[in-house]
Design a protein around this ligand. Structure first.
Ligand code: TXA
Ligand code: MG
Length: 337
């Protein structure tokens, strides 16, 4: 299959481009598109065969359910059997936006979408291209991240093509995704809201709306399809990652790598002054602000991969709530080694 790449204006998407992509989705084909978080790989969520195509293209295990995207909050009644009060409050505050809400599913939602489970994850994205595309398709759109399973998430069309060229019908190239990190996933089917995946909406932001979240540590281990995005090896670059906690560790790790003639990359924050390691050609600085760091994080990891380094040393940002999602993804990136 020849994957068509169509440029689209990320602010005012051209109707003709959107119509073409929406036609493909309605015909059961796969189209990658930008959202405010990362690029998604879309298929008609109500067409089992189309959704099976997502799993085949990604090499994704059938046990990992996918998020259903809607253009308007009013469309949730097409896929959700129940919309609890907490879901209403969260959607009112954070939609359209990077929050995914797990609720009981409607019988018509294919098992492929929910991995055979009783719940469905729903999100109303806040990117003009995503919203125009879903609206034009006229159906809810199942869309996991547009990458091969366990690999790095894509924040640009080029990242999508690295993994999926020849495997999908089309990529809408709307430039870089502004958020750069996946949505937060919460489950509202229990008595307290439960965090399933950290993301751009932080825990304090959620708790501001719904009060204390359920304590994850006290939870029973899940048997099926809880949120397999929590598997340790996920969001992994090809290059081995070594995490460091303090500057001395970073310097030592870089020196050790250089002494053994390894090609090393280093990822730091702007505030970090680095005279000792500025000799390394592969260092890269990201912003001190967690949201701006997140926006560039996957791009930086993709660049390290493209340069075929032997190792990337990443100094962990601080252990504070606003850095929690970034730290989560960096930890997973290192777990893939
Ligand atoms: O920002 C995002 O969420 C992006 C964009 C494209 O919307 N999508 C994304 O999808 O990251 P994916 O498939 O890579 O991650 C979806 C996560 C996985 O951890 C999956 O296990 C979880 O959501 N999930 C999906 N449906 C679920 C369900 N019914 N119950 C629990 N977890 C679910
Ligand atoms: Mg993913």
């Amino acid at each position: 299959m020849n994957t068509e790449i169509l440029r689209v204006d990320p602010v005012s998407p051209e109707p003709a481009v959107i119509a073409k992509a929406a036609g493909l989705l309605r015909a059961g084909r796969l189209v990658a598109f930008p959202t405010e978080t990362i690029y998604g790989l879309g298929a008609n969520a109500l067409n089992s065969e189309a959704v099976r195509g997502i799993f085949a293209a990604k090499g994704r295990p059938a046990s990992n359910p996918v998020i259903v995207h809607v253009a308007e909050p009013s469309q949730i009644s097409n896929v959700a059997a129940d919309w609890p009060e907490t879901a209403r409050k969260l959607a009112e505050r954070f939609w359209p936006g990077p929050l995914t809400i797990v609720v009981p599913k409607k019988p018509g939602v294919p098992d492929e979408v929910t991995a055979g489970g009783p719940t469905v994850a729903v999100r109303c994205p806040n990117h003009p291209v995503a919203r125009a595309l879903i609206a034009a398709a006229g159906v809810p759109i199942a869309a996991p991240s547009a990458n091969r399973s366990t690999e790095l998430s894509p924040t640009r069309a080029g990242h999508v093509l690295k993994g999926l060229a020849g495997r999908i019908e089309m990529v809408l190239d709307g430039g870089p995704c502004p958020g750069g990190l996946e949505s937060t996933v919460v489950d509202v089917t229990g008595p307290a809201v439960r965090l399933l995946r950290r993301g751009l909406i932080s825990v304090p932001m959620l708790e501001d709306v719904v009060g204390p979240l359920a304590n994850r540590e006290r939870e029973q281990p899940e048997t099926v399809a809880r949120s397999p995005g929590q598997m340790a090896k996920h969001y992994s670059p090809r290059t081995p990652v070594q995490l460091t906690l303090a500057r001395e560790d970073t310097v030592r790790a870089v020196q050790t790598a250089l002494q053994t003639n390894l090609r090393v990359g280093v990822l730091l924050r702007n505030s970090d002054s680095v005279p000792e390691i500025s000799v390394v050609p592969g260092y890269r600085f990201l912003d001190d602000d967690p949201n701006r760091y997140a926006a560039w994080m996957y791009q930086a990891l993709h660049e390290f991969d493209d340069r075929h380094l032997d190792i990337v040393v990443i100094e962990m940002p601080p252990d504070t709530p606003e850095w929690a999602a970034v730290r989560d993804r960096l930890t997973r990136a290192a777990a893939g080694n």
